[in-house]
Design a protein around this ligand. Structure first.
Ligand SMILES: [Zn+2]
Length: 322
């Protein structure tokens, strides 16, 4: 019973009235991280202090219970522990234990970390609910440190030829992590207006960023510009510029073309196909549910390797009795 996992507008452990990143308002819900697709105005939410700090006031849950990494919380007869998911500031995996069996919900997860940091820790669990955004084998990303070095070289080359390098990154999470990764190369930054509030929130949530200014419609010189991948009005006013898409989707030629970027770099805050396989191995789980992205494809790849796996999201409203 403990291992029963259900999809109903979000992952649920029905015996325990615990919802994991539900898409509709619930009485008690775990919010794995601050991206908009995971934050709703729940009656009570379980989240890390950093995630709470990154959710704008208007979208905050009505009540919350903050839990730091590695701290255990009792939930009836069960124990809940959060661990870093390596996806962005505050992102957490939820480990649920009851009656000698356990479930691990990864939320959005990134295993490989840049800057010589160790891989994200994956706790052991009997059942794994895994985010499978890049669950197809052609999504294999380069080593993050080499990719960051390549991005730095690309930016330097542009600046040396008096062209403004523009990195296309999602405003919350990716923008700030890319700034931090490029800090060692001594760049200063100019952020498009949608990235600016996120950068301020990141710093307020405890992660100070390298020096930056906000784009104000004037051309900038000597700075690396960061802007979201869609809506390039402000970027077009920069005069001479070149754009680079920073995303795992860079591996998908069609998708990369859609963004019309001059260059692409496959730096992602999600696991690639091999990292997803590694998360499964590290967890030691003997049954896996996939959510988000290529759920069916990745579940099939796992079954080929002899692991019991199902796409949870594709079975909406269907309770999977184990
Ligand atoms: Zn996310």
């Amino acid at each position: 019973m403990t291992r029963e996992v259900v999809w109903d507008h979000g992952v649920s452990l029905p015996g325990h009235r615990l919802w994991l990143d539900p898409l509709v308002v619930r009485s008690f819900a775990f919010i794995s991280h601050a991206h908009t697709d995971h934050a709703r105005r729940h009656k009570e939410a379980l989240l890390t202090p950093q995630t709470l700090a990154l959710i704008p006031e208007a979208r905050r849950p009505r009540g919350w219970r903050m839990l730091g990494y590695g701290e255990a919380m009792r939930r009836g007869p069960a124990t809940v522990t959060l661990h870093s998911a390596g996806h962005m500031l505050g992102s957490a995996q939820l480990h649920f234990e009851h009656d000698g069996t356990s479930v691990l919900y990864t939320g959005d997860i990134k295993l490989r970390q840049p800057g010589g940091l160790p891989d994200t820790f994956v706790p052991k669990a009997d059942t794994l609910v895994l985010e499978s955004t890049y669950g197809r084998p052609h999504f294999r990303f380069g080593d993050p440190d080499s990719t960051i070095e390549a991005i730095a070289r690309w930016c330097r080359l542009a600046l040396d030829s008096r062209v403004t390098p523009v990195l296309l990154c999602h405003a919350l999470g990716k923008t700030e992590e890319v700034m931090l990764a490029l800090e060692q190369y001594g760049f200063s930054f100019a952020l498009e207006k949608r990235c600016a509030p996120c950068a301020r929130d990141y710093a307020a949530a405890g992660r100070p960023l390298p020096e930056w200014v906000e784009l104000n419609g004037e051309p900038v010189s000597g700075r690396v510009v960061i802007a979201p991948p869609v809506g390039k009005d402000e970027v077009r006013r920069l005069g001479r510029y070149r754009t680079a898409l920073i995303s795992g989707w860079a591996k998908d030629a069609e998708f990369a073309r859609l963004f019309g970027a001059d260059a692409t770099f496959d730096l992602s805050d999600h696991c690639d196909f091999d990292e997803l396989m590694e998360v499964v191995e590290l967890s030691g789980a003997d049954q896996v549910y996939t959510v988000h992205g290529y759920t069916e494809d990745f579940a099939r790849s796992l079954r080929k390797r002899g692991i019991r796996a199902w796409a949870l999201e594709a079975n909406e409203q269907l309770a999977l009795a184990l």
